[in-house]
Write a protein that binds this ligand. Structure first.
Ligand SMILES: Cc1cc2nc3c(=O)[nH]c(=O)nc-3n(C[C@H](O)[C@H](O)[C@H](O)COP(=O)(O)OP(=O)(O)OC[C@H]3O[C@@H](n4cnc5c(N)ncnc54)[C@H](O)[C@@H]3O)c2cc1C
Length: 354
């Protein structure tokens, strides 16, 4: 059997990597088990929108998760770059919410914004972005630099149970034993933990344009669709929400719909080149909340999944929360409304979409 790690994390997407990073900073030994290459699933495919937030005035757990993450992003991005020499693409580019009415949560939380009559939209100077492939590369390098192990092409196929404890995970590379186990399997988490997990795949497609001039400078969000300029002529137009199982391919219809949306809202994109299209599987949940905490019936098994449209933006606070839980500290945000056995509730309506 492979030697003990303190914590074995299943899944090296942004969530698994963020928890690993926070654990390693606290001196815990970590092994990530990733069935493919790290950071190549939903986390790679996302648009990287980071919603703003004010941790001093955010009250509800969902808002605190967003606000604490928003506050942590600039320092986290600096830390990752200082450690690895790699950029994350984090920048506070500002963004517009194209909605008729302001969300009361924006003012009650004291999030800076104003109505822009030219855009007939609300502008948020604190809206930011990361460049997903860059962020993931930096996180992978940071985890390695801090002494974490990432086992690639290592698929977890089952659990060896000993009473109320997990004794080992079974993988295609043999058994791996640890003191604590954490499932960060994204859209595939239910396959790892069973039907009660209630996490399901929601496909999202993206069109990436290359435009020489005249593209948007800021993020623009219209309900579930958005434009995200990377600042170097690349503009992402996203995204679809499709319940099609584990099929992560693009479709003609999906791409056509995104192009119609993008080119009608930003006519200059009609003359731009479509550089790439792709799709990813978000980990959806019935109440739009992530599932974070100890898995009932086990003393040494935790889960962090179901972040749906917001896993990248929520990854800093998620990383810290799970790291604290795994090393026996009291999490800085109460986990009750995220716990795996929470009662079914209506879908949460986030103050910001991504
Ligand atoms: C088109 C699109 C746009 C998005 N835009 C945004 C955005 O602007 N902002 C934002 O915050 N979020 C956005 N999201 C959502 C965000 O990308 C996800 O919430 C987030 O990436 C989920 O991260 P994860 O680590 O849970 O999952 P993943 O990145 O999917 O990682 C899960 C990992 O687990 C591995 N795994 C699964 N099963 C096993 C197994 N049995 N053994 C070993 N490994 C396993 C997988 O291979 C994978 O690498 C977007 C998503 C999509 C698809």
């Amino acid at each position: 059997m492979t030697p003990l790690a303190d914590v074995a994390i299943v899944g090296a997407g942004v969530v698994g990597l963020a928890v690993a990073y926070e654990l390693l900073r606290r001196g815990t030994r970590v092994t990530l088990l990733e069935r493919g290459e790290p950071g190549r699933a939903a986390s790679w495919a996302g648009a990287g929108i980071i919603a703003p937030g004010n941790p001093d005035r955010a009250n509800l757990p969902d808002d605190r998760l967003r606000a604490e993450s928003a506050a942590r992003w600039p320092a986290l991005a600096d830390e990752l770059t200082a450690l690895t020499g790699l950029p994350t693409g984090y920048r506070r580019c500002g963004g517009f919410e194209h909605v008729a009415d302001a969300d009361p949560a924006w003012s009650s939380e004291g999030i800076e914004h104003h109505f822009d009559p030219d855009q007939t939209a609300f502008f948020f100077p604190g809206m930011a972005q990361v460049r997903n492939p860059w962020l993931l590369r930096a996180l992978v390098a940071a985890v390695a630099q801090l002494g974490g192990t990432i086992r690639t092409q290592c698929e977890v196929t089952g659990w060896q149970r000993d009473g109320d404890r997990v004794a080992a995970v079974e993988t295609n590379q043999g058994r791996v034993a640890a003191g604590e186990y954490l499932v960060c399997g994204g859209a595939w988490s239910e396959r790892l933990l069973g039907p009660g997990t209630a996490v399901f795949p929601v496909r999202g497609q993206i069109v990436a344009y290359r435009i020489a001039a005249g593209g948007p400078e800021h993020i623009h969000v219209w309900d579930k669709q958005y434009l995200v300029p990377r600042g170097d002529g690349l503009v992402l137009a996203g995204s679809t929400e499709e319940l099609v199982g584990f099929d992560a391919s693009t479709t003609e219809e999906g791409i056509r719909g995104l192009r119609e949306f993008a080119e009608s809202h930003w006519p200059a994109l009609r003359g731009a080149t479509v550089e790439a299209t792709w799709a990813g599987l978000r980990p959806g949940s019935a109440d739009n909340r992530p599932t974070l905490g100890r898995v009932p019936g086990y003393r040494n098994l935790c889960v962090a999944t179901g972040h749906f449209r917001a896993g990248v933006q929520l990854s800093p606070a998620t990383g810290r929360l799970l790291a604290e839980l795994l090393i026996g500290r009291t999490p800085f945000i109460p986990l009750d409304s995220f716990r795996p056995d929470r009662p079914a509730g209506p879908p949460a309506r986030p103050a910001f979409r991504s």
